[in-house]
Unconditional design. Structure first.
Lengths: 266, 233
């Protein structure tokens, strides 16, 4: 059976596309899939750093497309997680080094080689974005509960629909306390505007910064809320679409919790 | 197709489609051969559509025209193979002037070509819908999306983006939405930005009053409820 290509995109920069891509990739690999993550941000590569593989980059995606190396030579195997591979971006070229038809060709090769291919899409809607979505079978849109991120995600969703891709939504960096106080959009507000299927809610988690800087996968950290949420998202993406979505809640005292449970029953 | 004929009150013969029949208004005071000659032109234009068609010959307010109608009917049957010819149903026509006017309007709707662009779905950021007609959106307008219409804009959903009605200079148009929270609206040449959040989810509409855009509750102050009878906008 052929694998599938999933693009992770957002429109706005800095909402967590790269972290989400790396974590979902790791989680899927840990569930036994053969996974490749591809850095599509040519000229500004950083997926290799987030995954802690920067010192092992030899070939990159532009080399594959120009025929300088084979797909298997460029794919870097993760040492901690089996079946996880990274195809890094080139740091010296720019986004016009790849054309959409190259990506279609590459995606067809990847489908034969891997169960799941995750494309880490660059911010914006220019060449890099077009290259990423042209070959994708599915799309995951990452959005934070901010008005600016919602508007950009909305635009991206329109463009994805134009490519006949029905995207799924991840709301990232939710701070439950701020939502409760009305200082932050709730995920319901975001879903109301974007009106696409929700596939996961990720709480704001300081561990993400540590994980990114040290290059250790978030999903390997047992006490990370974001890591757990991402593991569940990976399960929903592959094989368990009906897994319930957990709503991040503010930590409350023991008695308050009991009160909540009682009031819910009524 | 028959606009030129229909709009001219002095024509001896007028033809329009009503329901599944052809409504032929004639001036019965004219001689029969003149009427027959006048009938040839529009029926020739109909070509095969005339064959087996139901025809109603309407002599207007004149009475005792049964013989004339029969004669013209036979003429049409032989020359154009029309199906059934009759005079108008007496109940349909009333002497009351007001009623006649409404009746005419009712008939005019049957073949009124739409001045409305009706769209279903969510209009997303970066998408822009432009039309010279009225615009009806069954869905929501997201922030960053844009609607431009020559006439009114009606949104059966929430308006959170930008809406411009009556472009470029029609100032008697309105913008209506079930949830009225636009980033900016324009009516004709007037612009209003940052309309404050009113009491939440209720249908509201914007219109021009004293050279300014005003937003009002649509249920309480429906601008069209005052019209005497339904009319085409």
């Amino acid at each position: 059976m052929e694998g599938k290509v999933i693009v992770v995109t957002s429109g706005k920069g800095g909402v967590g596309k790269t972290t989400v891509t790396a974590s979902i990739g790791a989680a899927l690999a840990m569930q036994g899939k053969r996974v490749a993550v591809v850095d599509m941000d040519i000229g500004l590569r950083n997926l290799d750093v987030v995954m802690g593989l920067e010192n092992r980059v030899v070939f990159n995606i532009v080399d594959i497309i120009k025929g300088k190396c084979k797909l298997k030579q460029a794919a870097i195997k993760d040492r901690r997680i089996e079946n996880l591979f990274l195809i890094p971006a080139s740091q010296s070229d720019d986004k016009n080094a790849i054309k959409p038809e190259n990506m279609v060709w590459l995606a067809n090769k990847m489908r034969k080689e891997y169960d799941v291919t995750l494309l880490d899409c660059p911010a914006g809607i220019e060449q890099g974005f077009k290259n990423s979505i042209v070959a994708a079978d599915e799309a995951v849109v990452v959005c934070t509960p901010e008005v600016s991120a919602v508007r950009d995600a909305d635009r991206i969703i329109g463009l994805l629909y134009a490519q006949s891709i029905t995207p799924k939504l991840i709301v990232n960096r939710i701070v439950p306390k701020m939502v409760e106080n009305g200082d932050m959009l709730s995920h319901e507000d975001v879903v109301e505007v974007l009106s696409i299927d929700l596939i996961g809610l990720i709480e704001m988690d300081d561990r993400v910064v540590v994980s990114t800087n040290t290059g250790t996968p978030l999903v390997l950290q047992n006490d990370s809320k974001a890591g757990k949420a991402l593991t569940r998202i990976a399960m929903r993406l592959d094989g368990h679409p009906d897994l319930a979505i957990e709503n991040p809640m503010a930590q409350k005292g023991f008695w308050k919790k009991i009160g909540l449970k009682l009031s819910r029953k009524n | 197709m028959y606009d030129d004929i229909k709009n001219n009150e002095n024509m001896p013969v007028r033809l329009k489609g009503v329901g599944d029949s052809l409504w032929v208004s004639i001036n019965p005071l004219l001689p029969v051969d003149r009427l027959q000659n006048e009938l040839i032109k529009p029926f020739e234009r109909l070509k095969h559509l005339a064959i087996n068609a139901r025809v109603i010959i309407d002599p207007g307010d004149h009475k005792n025209c049964d013989k004339l109608i029969e004669e013209l009917g036979n003429f049409l049957k032989t020359k154009f193979q029309v199906g059934h010819v009759s005079k108008p149903n007496a109940i349909k026509r009333s002497v009351n002037k007001n009623r006649i006017r409404q009746q005419d309007m009712g008939n005019s709707w049957h073949h009124y070509r739409s001045d409305v662009l009706m769209i279903a779905g969510r209009v997303r950021s970066g998408q822009k819908i432009e039309t010279k007609k009225h615009l009806l959106v069954l869905g929501d307008l997201n922030p960053g999306a844009e609607l431009i219409a020559g006439g009114d804009i009606i949104i059966m959903g929430s308006l959170k983006g930008k809406a411009s009605a009556g472009q470029p200079d029609k100032e008697d148009t309105i913008i209506m939405a079930l949830e009225f929270r636009p980033t900016q609206i324009q009516i004709g040449g007037f612009v209003a930005a940052g309309i404050p959040d009113t009491s939440g989810k209720k249908p509201e509409f914007a219109f021009i009053e004293n050279n300014a855009i005003v937003v009002d509750d649509y249920i309480k102050n429906n601008p069209f409820s005052r019209l005497a009878w339904p009319e085409v906008r």
